[in-house]
Design a protein around this ligand. Structure first.
Ligand code: NAD
Length: 249
């Protein structure tokens, strides 16, 4: 088992990529704190982990709220006594032309996607510093690496995550805290469901993805397991594109 006896906090674990990662981490022996603002989604993930004989607990969290992030780490320490891994994965998207984007929508996307990474990392870092080791994995996106139509705040938030990942990697490397991010391509989850229901959009995505299929949550989960495990101790500050070749094209 690649994450045996590790304790992992995964945000956005109530659905899609986060749920896939929670199941994969648990299979590899980690105790998983399933953090999500959806109670129903989070509880379902815990149920699925317990069904495969893993350990998990749910904490309702809005990652854009400092008090929630702090309480999440406190509850993790109470239950599991340590935190080895933080997978900052919660995210939202809002579509529309930039000149018609409401300021409130800009703020919400940046607050959840980018500020959430800051707040959850800030809450967890003192404990990782105390433990003398830690792994932080952030979910960015290929939208932080190349341009996309009509998702301005999302692209800005993901580009920000990539920059923050590099900053944190440099800042905490001497403390043996690794910080990396994953840039998923198009992954079949609730976030992309409506888009993928449109055959023209799906065909466009497929045409931009050299590998002959779109992504599944498991593709990202397996990359996250690697970056959360001791196998990647000498890897820090990277952007791992898991995108079927989208950004290589
Ligand atoms: N699906 C894709 O194609 C794709 C591509 C690139 C990046 N991503 C990124 O992957 C991550 C996961 O997305 P997904 O595709 O699994 O989507 P999803 O909608 O299936 O899952 C997102 C989860 O995050 C939770 N969440 C949202 N805001 C939250 C908040 N403020 N606090 C706590 N939880 C919150 C949701 O309740 C949901 O359970 C996101 O960061 C997303 O931007 C997805």
């Amino acid at each position: 088992m690649r994450l045996k006896n590790k304790v992992a906090i995964i945000t956005g674990a109530g659905s899609g990529i986060g749920r896939g990662a929670a199941l994969a981490f648990a299979r590899e022996g980690a105790k998983v704190l399933v953090a999500d603002w959806s109670e129903a989604g989070g509880q379902e993930t815990v149920k699925l982990i317990k069904k495969q004989k893993g350990s998990a607990m749910f904490v309702k969290v809005d990652v854009s709220k400092a008090a929630d992030a702090e309480s999440m780490v406190k509850q993790c320490l109470t239950a599991y006594k340590r935190v080895d891994i933080l997978f900052n994965n919660a995210g939202i998207v809002k579509m529309g032309t930039l000149h018609e984007t409401a300021e409130a929508d800009w703020d919400q996307v940046i607050n959840v996607n980018l500020k959430g990474v800051f707040l959850c990392s800030k809450a967890v870092l003192p404990q990782m510093l105390k433990q003398g080791k830690g792994k932080i994995v952030n979910t960015a996106s290929i939208a932080g690496l190349v341009g996309f139509d009509q998702i301005g705040p999302y692209c800005a938030s993901k580009g920000g995550i990539i920059a923050l990942t590099r900053e944190m990697a440099v800042e905490y490397a001497s403390k043996k805290i690794n910080v990396n991010c994953i840039a998923p391509g198009i992954i079949k989850t609730a976030m992309t469901k409506d888009m993928l229901n449109d055959p023209a959009v799906t065909a466009g995505f497929a045409a931009s993805t050299p590998y002959p299929r779109l992504g599944e949550p498991e593709d990202i989960a397996l990359a996250a397991v690697y970056l959360a495990s001791n196998e990647s101790d000498f890897v820090t500050g990277i952007v791992l594109a898991v995108d079927g070749g989208w950004v290589a094209k």
